[in-house]
Design a protein around this ligand. Structure first.
Ligand code: NAP
Length: 254
């Protein structure tokens, strides 16, 4: 249960090995958060994140199995976490893959798997979470979109469209929950230096997982519905989304 100052005391992370998730949890544990449940795949780097969080002062850190492409299991996984750990103030969902457009072009089934991981599995999990938030009467859900989903580029439109779908879902879900005490925030980062982007040339306005974590915490504290990371991208993409397609094709060619 969030304390009197509204500080997060418990968090569930869907995609527990995420670098941004690790930074966010470390930041929360520096505050009042003591319970962290990391949910992900067995090969996910969750154990290393769990060790870091214990060392940082979290008293309850557990890992549970959660596979984004297995929607039939999601309600049971979420129920198990809420039943065992009590109120969960924040559910953060960083699970996702980037892939490459060339790999998706060469293997359409891989493209469909990316949709299932980045979008489908987060829809089923979010709905399961919201059902439990309703029962406890409060909660914040944070979903990770991307600027790649705000205006898709020809060189990563499969990834971009998974994020467009998730972004639209987050907005509709958030609107449907106004007045319930449940909040949904969508985060739109640009290029973040994590294992997801390892080996890639940093794009303009690139940022770090620590900075994204700071912006997410600030957004939660202020009750924001959308957070851009960095904030300047909001204005840049306002311009980009209004460009004619022929111009965007040229501008986004890199
Ligand atoms: N980094 C960026 O530049 C950037 C920019 C915009 C948006 N984002 C979004 O921000 C989120 C977090 O990114 P990040 O940089 O922290 O990435 P990350 O460190 O690669 O974390 C992504 C997590 O998703 C997990 N995952 C992948 N497939 C899964 C599946 N089928 N079931 C369950 N978990 C699965 C990964 O597990 P494994 O370790 O086992 O693969 C990993 O722990 C992602 O949704 C990403 O799309 C990132």
């Amino acid at each position: 249960m969030q304390d009197a100052l509204g500080e997060i005391q418990s968090v569930l992370v869907l995609g527990g090995g995420s670098d941004i998730g690790r930074s966010l949890c470390l930041r929360l544990v520096k505050g009042r958060c003591r319970t962290v449940v990391l949910a992900g795949r067995p090969e996910d780097g969750m154990d290393a994140v769990a060790a870091d969080l214990r060392a940082a002062g979290a008293t309850t850190v557990e890992t549970v199995l959660w596979e984004s492409t297995d929607p039939g299991s999601h309600q049971a996984v979420v129920d198990d976490v809420f039943d065992r750990f009590g109120d969960i103030d924040l559910v953060y969902a960083p699970a996702g893959i980037l892939g490459s457009q060339q790999a998706f072009d060469a293997d359409p089934a891989f493209a469909a798997a990316a949709v299932a991981i980045n979008f489908g599995g987060l829809v089923s999990s979010s709905l399961a979470v919201v059902e439990r938030f309703r029962r406890q009467g409060h909660g914040t859900l944070v979903l990770m979109s991307s600027v790649a989903g705000v205006r898709t580029r020809k060189d990563n439109y499969v990834y971009g469209s998974t994020k467009s779908g998730l972004d639209a879902f987050a907005q509709g879900l958030g609107d449907s929950l106004v007045g319930t005490g449940i909040k949904v925030m969508v985060v739109r980062p640009g290029f973040v230096k994590t294992k997801m982007t390892e080996g890639m040339d940093a794009a303009p306005f690139s940022t770090t997982p620590e900075k994204v974590a700071e912006l997410i915490c600030d957004g939660i504290a202020k009750g924001k519905e959308v957070v851009w990371a960095p904030g300047l991208l909001k204005f840049l993409f306002f311009g980009f989304t209004n460009l004619p397609r022929a111009v965007w094709r040229k501008v986004s060619d890199r």
